[in-house]
Design a protein around this ligand. Sequence first.
Ligand code: C2O
Ligand code: CU
Ligand code: CU
Length: 491
Amino acid sequence: MNRRTFLYSCSFVATTIMGGCEKQSDKSSKPTIKSVETQKPDDIYEPFTQELKIPKEIDFENVAKAKFNAQKSLAAIYKDKKTEVLTFQGDLPNPTIRIKNRDDFELDFANSLEKPTIIHWHGLLVPQEMDGHPKDAIANQATMEYRYKINQRAGTFWYHTHPHGRTGEEIYRGLAGLYIVEDENEKKLNLPSGEFELPLIIQDRRFDKEKNLVYKQTAQDNNGVLGDVVMVNSTPFPYKNIKNTKYRLRILNGSSARTYKLSFEGIENFALIGTDGGLLEEPIIVKDVLIAVAERIDIVVDFKDKKIGDTVTLKTLGFKEASNFGANSDYPSFGAQMDIMKFKITELSSESAVLPAKLTTIARLKESDALKSRTITMEIIEGGVWTLNKKPYDMDRVDDRVKLGSTEIWVIKNAIHMAHPFHIHGAHFQILDRTGKVDFPTDKGWKDTVLVMPIETVRIIVTFTIPGLFVYHCHILEHEDHSMMANFLVE
Ligand code: C2O
Ligand code: CU
Ligand code: CU
């Protein structure tokens, strides 16, 4: 049985007898899984034959106001066939927002989807009524005016819709994009820019033979939807022609569930210069770096030792530590190793930007300044429901009350044998410590999302400066939807 036919019979079995799929697939598809993990859906597409798409930009230096309309569209993800997707402006990738600190953000949002939805600005520190709380979802044909002033450090953020119970599927079908904040401090550093600054939104997806996106298929997909086609900026397994010099890559993991352990075949070391909340104090030289769902990394990669004709492959190394949970075994597992995209050196360059040794200063929050310590547990309750503190999310329940302006320590305890990216709206935090053995260089920077490893406890410290009702949640989209999320009120 080939993999695709198996896929359909598998989902049929799963809807008939829960759990039947796992056993059957273990027996019958082992060899197929191996070939999937080493290489790709060649039955529908030849990898590394399409050039990386670069999202167009909405630069608030030149425009006063933007317009988004959540809608069904057709996008040329593959050259030979259009795919039905969801977009904000009619095509994928959605535009990148670029704006300077202290500037005014103005965007009119219309909802042309059948069901209510709302846009959330992930990592942006905005008033609660602008944050896109799921309770603020607007109905079909309704509109919403987003107006706020940017008030934070430069960094790589993103936007996506956030209706309760449907965030996973909406992002999966396209409703996400990048959001870049710039400031004077960063400008002085002369980091690679223009053609040497590339946004990379990494998302694994599933397609059927007709190149339609396929979302959840089996009960195990509630553990997290994993795909076998890795798209970067809505381009499946792309390549990018480059020059042999330094590039700044702003990378977002916009997947549903997969953590990537990114490294470059052909380049040993690269510099991590920023995390979710902005620049690190100084570059950290790494061989690979973990990026969980919703996290961003800002890296500088130097291609100077490469000659014309050389190729460098961005790949994810196996990261089996992330989960020993069953996932839909028709697709590369949580720990799979995969090639993602290729950089082809096609031109020599005389540019030689120098990466500064000092990037910024990060004032460390002090444990002794914390007013309170709060424990949050990640658990599964009866019926296989993913929760925080054993309570399925209730949009109208306030789970935690926080004093405005106060600093707190949050102790996040993962009771499950699967890693979860924990995210807070309306605040940036710092990592105090973690009990596990995996090293996260990103822990040194400002964060809004942190991966808590299986049976690990991570302590974070955070100051709450914006009043109102916000959410915190697991950012594996299928967990967030069912129902690993809670409300906190800053007052
Ligand atoms: Cu990416 Cu609730 O956020
Ligand atoms: Cu968010
Ligand atoms: Cu989770």
